[in-house]
Design a protein around this ligand. Structure first.
Ligand SMILES: Cc1cc2nc3c(=O)[nH]c(=O)nc-3n(C[C@H](O)[C@H](O)[C@H](O)COP(=O)(O)OP(=O)(O)OC[C@H]3O[C@@H](n4cnc5c(N)ncnc54)[C@H](O)[C@@H]3O)c2cc1C
Length: 470
């Protein structure tokens, strides 16, 4: 029986991996890549899976690092991106870094040589033709404008963003609740809230002034020329607000009104930083209104000046970049299909993950889902206890959309342990019988999470193989 091809649009990290997975499952693929016919502002070659900036796939430690665990899962599932990354690695300590040209050439050669893959060099300049019944859109942060417009015609204008505006995200268990407290302004519950939904961190006058001084002195990242300057008043970086006046933040995201410090009820805070729950698990909180272009190296030290955040561990630092991405929790179903047109699946950074490895991982899964559907062997997504499942869960369901009114809060995210469900039964003592504390306790938890992820991924992969054999 000859199968109709699946069309993959975009031959970047996600599209190349998706095409490979589909072809390896025995289903024909047409991979549409617009370079070199039409370029992007960041890509420089016509190679598939070009790395546009750093050459690092980050930590390769699969026992205590979430992206290392994702590497492990992808290798286990036959990832082309990981295989060629491993074959072209360059020395980088505990990280996996690759020779970018050798890597991209090897991915291109493998795809070109696959008998079930056809490469079509050309832009898809609008919605895919109606006769394409299964399509994966993996066109990345720099999706061409004509296709972006087509997508917007299905999603609505406000649901496809062209810039991210990322506020830092903190692991809840690193917040000092002896200094901070839970309360919503004026105890208002808002839709889906309880009246005590925000973590509040109080600053006195001296602390506020020192914080503003640090913001003004810190180094900022510049926009690239082609990005333009996307600021609009509802979404200014905190350092730009501070430059507009020392009191601006106190009248904006740091306003101290409607709140009573439960640790010190008679003293009014001079300013308050609020953190809003970010994921349904309650493990991550974002710093409300704190989008920033401060250099990464500056951010942790400056934010740790805030009482309650002195030991904060960050799941994500802030940033503002040119980035085309969907409001996925609203638009995509759990199988990464567009609810408004189920023949269209999305993969890669356009879904709201961040980074080369994460984009390829979502490409891997989407390719498998599309191939399984074509073969009449529907596949479940991996459990949220795996790195792959945790990442998909962030994209399609784990993120809390709103507690109160305000700009939409879904922002791109790297894989991190805050996305994994809580684990019971982590040993509280070390081999010497002494109680684990601080970094040793955190390490034990990470090791338990990755051990559980490996077992669950194996079970999922085994189930997948059994389904295919039926
Ligand atoms: C300037 C910049 C720097 C970055 N630096 C890093 C970094 O250092 N580390 C990191 O992990 N991540 C970085 N990223 C994010 C990185 O781009 C993604 O993690 C990754 O490349 C996303 O993979 P993807 O497959 O989703 O998109 P891409 O790899 O961008 O692939 C998308 C492909 O789709 C093609 N395309 C677009 N529109 C069409 C169309 N209409 N028809 C046909 N083809 C089309 C493009 O030419 C491109 O080849 C950076 C992004 C940018 C923009």
């Amino acid at each position: 029986m000859s199968l109709k091809p699946i069309h993959v649009i975009g031959g970047g990290l996600a599209g190349s991996e998706a095409a490979w997975q589909i072809a390896e499952a025995g289903v024909p693929v047409v991979l549409h890549e617009m370079r070199p016919v039409r370029g992007t502002d960041a890509h420089k070659t016509d190679g598939l899976a070009e790395l546009v900036c750093s050459n690092s796939f980050r930590s390769d430690d699969s026992s205590s690092n979430a992206v290392g665990q994702l590497h492990w899962e992808m290798r286990r599932l036959g990832s082309l991106i990981m295989a060629k990354g491993d074959a072209h690695q360059v020395p980088a300590g505990g990280a996996l870094a690759v020779d970018r040209d050798g890597f991209s050439q090897a991915v291109t050669a493998a795809i070109e040589a696959h008998p079930l893959i056809t490469i079509d060099r050309g832009e898809i300049a609008g919605l895919p033709p109606a006769e394409w019944d299964s399509v994966i859109i993996a066109t990345g942060p720099l999706t061409s404008p004509a296709l972006a417009q087509g997508i917007q015609s299905l999603t609505g204008e406000s649901e496809l963003a062209f810039f991210d505006a990322i506020a830092p995200i903190v692991h809840f268990d690193s917040v000092d609740m002896d200094k901070a407290w839970f309360q919503s302004r004026y105890d208002k519950p808002g839709p889906g809230g309880t009246g005590a939904d925000y973590i509040n961190c109080p600053l006195d006058r001296d602390q506020y002034e020192a914080f503003i001084d640090a913001l003004l002195a810190a180094e900022k990242t510049e926009f690239k020329e082609w990005e333009g300057t996307p600021y609009f008043d509802g979404c200014l970086p905190i350092e730009v607000m501070a430059e507009r006046g020392r009191e601006t933040l106190r009248w904006g995201p740091m306003k101290p009104v409607g709140l009573t410090n439960k640790h010190n009820p008679t003293v009014k805070a001079h300013a308050v930083v609020q953190l809003r729950q970010d994921n349904a698990l309650g493990t991550l909180f974002n710093m409300s209104g704190f989008q920033t272009k401060l250099k990464y190296g500056e951010q942790a030290a400056i934010f740790r000046m805030i009482p309650g955040l002195q030991n904060a561990e960050f799941a994500r630092l802030g940033g503002i970049h040119r980035n085309t991405y969907l409001n996925s929790p609203k638009l995509l179903d759990p199988m990464l299909r567009l609810k408004a047109d189920l023949r269209l699946r999305f993969a890669g950074q356009i879904t709201g993950c961040e980074g080369y490895v994460e984009s390829a991982a979502i490409g891997l899964l989407t390719g498998r889902l599309a191939a399984a559907e074509r073969l009449g062997q529907p596949l479940d997504i991996p459990p949220a206890t795996t790195a792959l499942g945790a990442l998909v869960n962030h994209i399609t369901g784990g993120h809390i959309v709103t507690i109160d009114e305000g700009p939409r809060s879904f922002q791109p995210m790297n894989v991190n342990f805050g996305l994994f469900p809580h684990i019971e039964g982590v040993s509280k003592t070390g081999p010497d019988g002494k109680r684990l504390k601080g970094p040793a306790k955190s390490l034990a938890r990470k090791q338990a999470l990755t051990a559980r992820a490996k077992v669950e991924l194996e079970a999922w992969a085994g189930g997948e193989a059994a389904q295919a054999a039926e």
